[in-house]
Design a protein around this ligand. Structure first.
Ligand SMILES: Nc1ncnc2c1ncn2[C@@H]1O[C@H](COP(=O)(O)OP(=O)(O)OP(=O)(O)O)[C@@H](O)[C@H]1O
Ligand SMILES: [Mg+2]
Length: 501
């Protein structure tokens, strides 16, 4: 096989952080190489260097046997490198077509051709969107696929995908695999970053492991335990620590006949006649395909949307939150799906973000007691093992997974009695994932209620006392722990409306 890309002795420092130190990797034509490592290991940084995000770095990049000077995104494009970034880079106010061809003026001038080409790309990815749709109207999974389309619209030799499937459901993941196989069949080299080890088994020819900015080793066969040992460098806690929960606890949340109108502009799914309960001490899961209404359900309980019918009670008392603020005041927290847009002020510090929703707890004589705030934040940041140089570090400069942990810290600091979690382990490495699962269990053991939506069925199956299945905004099934299977859940998730009437 011909080597198409070699990165040699790459180093990169940020203030206070040595993100990469002497890392070398090579990739051959038509090969899929996976980058594996804990949150903050340096995966995105290495690939950002390749994509020209950083002007300065140490080491050398060779493409097609020649030294390539890559110091801007334009340089990278010229060398046939395309990257799908972990934190999506689309412009919400522009259309799908404009986003895909952004920065290429010729394409913008010939609108007809651009739209036709966009339609073709979208079709290839099985995306049912028109080229003129504004990106802000697209769901997060759709945005991820639009990023893929954007990369494919260029003439690529090396395609980098930084957690491309984190927002995708099974069927979409399959489609993405087909696209990857098609590309590698044509000689394109793919570098693939993912925390889902099962995925690597399926798609990667070789796995390169990074830890703390250093190259640890690589393997062609995928031995799960060995890879985890390589990336974590310490023994790991049990994967899904969940004993049978307390399903006899007091009723915490009751939702009855809840209807919430949809929204065409934002693509919000309407909820129809939703009834459910969550007891204290229980972890209840919400399964469903993309667009089934999982996020909408959690957001509605969090007071973000106005219901048109139905009633909710909390601790046996009526609960009609008109805003998230009112929900927080009643002890409800939502760990949202889209951390960048909904949860973090990226330009501010870890401490600022973590205490954002719980400031009221640190008020003394109308000023914030910074010391108490600092102690509480520090404890939580340590408990969740957030990798940050300090509490005053800018959140936007943390690795993706560590940003997600700050979101969790922020909500735990509000000391909620009901915690709504939307994809809580997306983008989280295996080690931290086990920690978050342990945390969910201990929250339940403390008598809190947890309602968790996830597109990872193994996670729901292992963690939940009960699983509700949503399809097109309705609950189509409910399984107690022990009776839920992957097949049964998928079947209910795809149930058509007439069958449920
Ligand atoms: N712009 C930046 N400024 C300062 N520090 C940064 C910046 N970008 C990354 N870092 C730091 O570099 C280290 C490596 O981060 P990187 O994003 O490469 O990790 P990662 O392996 O992609 O992790 P994840 O799995 O969480 O996405 C982290 O400690 C991070 O905080
Ligand atoms: Mg990353």
């Amino acid at each position: 096989m011909t080597t198409v890309l070699a990165m040699r002795a790459i180093g990169k420092s940020f203030p206070g952080v040595r993100a990469l130190d002497g890392v070398s990797i090579t990739v051959a034509e038509g090969e899929v190489v996976a980058l594996l490592g804990e949150n903050g290991a340096g995966k995105s940084t290495l690939m950002n260097i390749l994509a020209g995000v950083f002007k300065d770095y140490e080491g050398e990049i060779e493409i097609g046997g020649e030294v390539a000077h890559i110091h801007s995104p334009k340089d990278a494009r010229r060398h046939g490198i395309a990257m799908i970034h972990q934190e999506l880079n689309l412009v919400p106010e522009l259309s799908v077509a404009d986003n895909i061809f952004l920065g290429r003026e010729r394409a913008i001038l010939d609108r007809g051709a651009t739209e036709a080409r966009t339609a073709e790309l979208l079709r290839g990815l099985g995306l049912d969107l028109s080229p003129g749709t504004l990106v802000k109207q697209c769901k997060i999974a759709e945005r991820q696929l639009i990023e893929v389309a954007k990369a494919l619209s260029q003439n690529v030799r090396v395609l980098v995908m930084d957690e491309p499937t984190s927002a995708l459901a099974d069927a979409e993941v399959r489609r993405l695999y087909e696209v990857i196989r098609d590309l590698t069949g044509r000689g394109v080299a793919v570098i693939y970053i993912s925390h889902r080890l099962e995925e690597l088994q399926e798609i990667a020819d070789r796995v390169v492991v990074l830890r703390d900015g250093q190259y640890i080793g690589e393997r062609t066969g995928i031995n799960r335990d060995e890879l985890i040992q390589m990336m974590v460098g310490r023994p790991l806690g049990e994967m899904f620590p969940r004993a049978d929960g307390d399903t006899e606890g007091e009723e915490l949340l009751r939702v009855e006949g809840l209807c919430v109108p949809g929204d065409r502009d934002t693509g919000r799914t309407a909820l129809r006649d939703i009834s459910l309960t969550v007891r204290s001490g229980e972890i209840v899961g919400v399964a469903g395909l993309m667009g089934a209404g999982r996020s909408e359900l959690l957001e509605s309980i969090f007071g973000a949307h106005r219901p048109s019918a139905g009633a909710i009670s909390l601790h046996g008392a009526p609960y009609r939150p008109r805003s998230p603020k009112q929900a927080i005041d009643r002890g409800v927290a939502l760990v949202a799906e889209d951390r960048k847009a909904q949860s973090l002020v990226l330009g501010n510090s870890v401490a600022f973000n973590a205490s954002l929703s719980s400031l009221g707890r640190y008020l003394r004589f109308w000023t914030v007691d910074r010391r108490r705030e600092g102690t509480a934040v520090e404890q939580q940041v340590r408990a969740l093992r957030v990798k940050t140089p300090g509490l005053r570090f800018t959140v936007g400069n943390l690795s993706g997974g560590n940003q997600q942990k700050v979101v969790l810290a922020k909500w735990l600091l509000t000391a909620p009695s009901l915690i709504l979690m939307d994809e809580p382990t997306r983008g989280i490495d295996v080690g931290a994932k086990a920690e978050i699962h342990a945390l969910m269990s201990s929250l339940a053991a403390e008598g809190k209620g947890v309602l968790v939506a996830s597109s990872e069925l193994p996670e729901l199956l292992a963690m939940c006392d009960r699983i509700l299945v949503l399809c097109e905004g309705r609950i189509t099934a409910e399984f107690p722990r022990g009776q839920a299977t992957q097949e049964a859940i998928l079947e209910a998730a795809m149930a058509r409306q007439q069958e449920t009437m």
